[in-house]
Ligand binder design. Structure first.
Ligand SMILES: NC(=O)c1ccc[n+]([C@@H]2O[C@H](COP(=O)([O-])OP(=O)(O)OC[C@H]3O[C@@H](n4cnc5c(N)ncnc54)[C@H](O)[C@@H]3O)[C@@H](O)[C@H]2O)c1
Length: 382
């Protein structure tokens, strides 16, 4: 069995989620895709690095990410830091010939992401971005519905990714509120997931027009502090989009939407049917076909099951609920398989760069309050 050695950079929520996914990829898929070995973990926080090393089972820890990208034993550099550090860590890892697994969004700008996509291609290594919603068996099914023509010509996409995770104004400033660390607010954090799904299913977006708002303009500068600091980016954003295939999109995202917890929800309308999906009811896909007898027409709920790509790694029968971490397990397995066997994957750095090209046009259109054409470089996604 081929051993694949992981060097993790960033030991927060996603660092833990990635490690969990590698372990479970092995348990659910078996050793054919390689056996992950947890070589080294780094974090700028000594406490976080040391604790992650013990709790997650890495052989050693460091506070210097350069050691990880230069470590001869490391096969995959796994980047789970705040967004601002993705570029320099990924670039150094690629220059050292490492396979790279990077959390989304790939970088802070379309230019940086395009540069990384080109470098990764030159180096011929696996380059994977953590847009895990693309791995959701529901989306494989929805893509099949679109490509089989069952929904007819696709004319509309309407989606939102809304949470109330930052509705409380007493929550302090974090890296997510400061552009030099995050690049944008709700858009990059949540909206980029919605864009990844929409572009996976419908293809590239051609042009956008946007309204964006910072609802809570100041927050405590640190936990418990009475000093306030500026929130620099969007709490709430609404986008009108035209896709290259002619479909029209209404896309929005919010981190201050009261009552919404993980409301990644979208509807795709075609001339012969509609599909509606919400991540808050992750195992249910709702479909409507105009080809049904008129007396029977109505939305039907399809529960995810072994007929849907990826599901059977977890359960042998339909309707046994899969969850968020399972998308990450499917992602980790696809990555390990690409490294050990050269199998194809969707969310490469070119895909990540195309999402960042859309994000960049959205930010420009919000600033100018006008239509902006997306500078789509590289291939068409879908
Ligand atoms: N795919 C998803 O569903 C999903 C979900 C959440 C976050 N994310 C992405 O994952 C990334 C991390 O988010 P998170 O929620 O885990 O953040 P987090 O704040 O929980 O963890 C980030 C960790 O990185 C460490 N860190 C900061 N700078 C570093 C550096 N230069 N070198 C090494 N370590 C450093 C911090 O100390 C912290 O422990 C972000 O890019 C975010 O957008 C993706």
């Amino acid at each position: 069995m081929k051993e694949i050695r992981i060097g993790l950079v960033g030991a927060g929520w996603m660092g833990k989620a990635h490690t969990n996914s590698f372990v479970n990829a092995l348990l659910n898929f078996g050793p054919e895709s390689g056996k992950p070995v947890f070589e080294v973990v780094s974090d700028v926080s000594t406490e976080a690095a040391e604790q992650a090393c013990k709790q997650l089972g890495y052989s050693r820890w460091t506070t210097d990410w350069q050691e990880v990208v230069q470590d001869e034993k490391v096969d995959i550099v796994d980047i789970a830091t705040p967004n601002a550090f993705h570029y320099e860590v990924a670039k150094a890892a690629l220059e050292n010939g490492k396979h790279v697994y990077c959390e989304k969004p790939l970088t802070l700008s379309a230019e940086q992401s395009t540069e990384l996509a080109e470098l990764a291609k030159q180096k011929g290594v696996v380059n994977y971005v953590g847009y895990n919603n693309v791995m959701n068996p529901a989306n494989a099914y929805i893509k099949d519905l679109i490509e089989s023509g069952k929904l007819g010509q696709i004319i509309g996409f309407s989606g939102t990714y809304a949470q109330d995770s930052l509705l409380d104004p007493s929550l302090p400033i974090t890296w997510r509120h400061i552009n030099k660390y995050s690049g944008s607010g709700a858009l990059g954090d949540l909206g980029s997931h919605l864009l990844s799904v929409s572009q996976f299913l419908l293809g590239n977006i051609e042009s956008v027009n946007t309204l964006a708002k910072t609802v809570i303009k100041k927050r405590p500068a640190s936990p418990g502090s009475t000093e306030l600091a500026d929130v620099e980016n969007d709490d709430l954003i609404a986008i009108l989009a035209e896709y290259e295939n002619g479909a029209i999109g209404t896309i929005s995202s919010s981190r201050v939407a009261a009552g919404r917890k993980n409301y990644l929800t979208y509807e795709i309308q075609g001339t012969e049917g509609t599909v509606y999906y919400s991540l808050e009811r992750m195992n249910e896909v709702n479909v409507y076909f105009t080809s049904d007898d008129s007396a029977d027409r109505g939305f039907r709920t399809v529960f995810l099951g072994p007929d849907h790509k990826g599901y059977s790694a977890f359960y042998p029968a339909a309707g046994i609920a899969i969850g968020y971490n399972d998308m990450k397990v499917l992602e980790a397995n696809e990555l390990l398989s690409a490294v050990s066997k050269g199998t194809p994957y969707t969310c490469d750095f070119e895909f990540g760069a195309q999402i960042d090209q859309t994000v960049s046009a959205i930010l420009e259109s919000a600033a100018q309050k006008s239509w902006i054409t997306v500078k789509n470089k590289g291939g068409v996604i879908a």
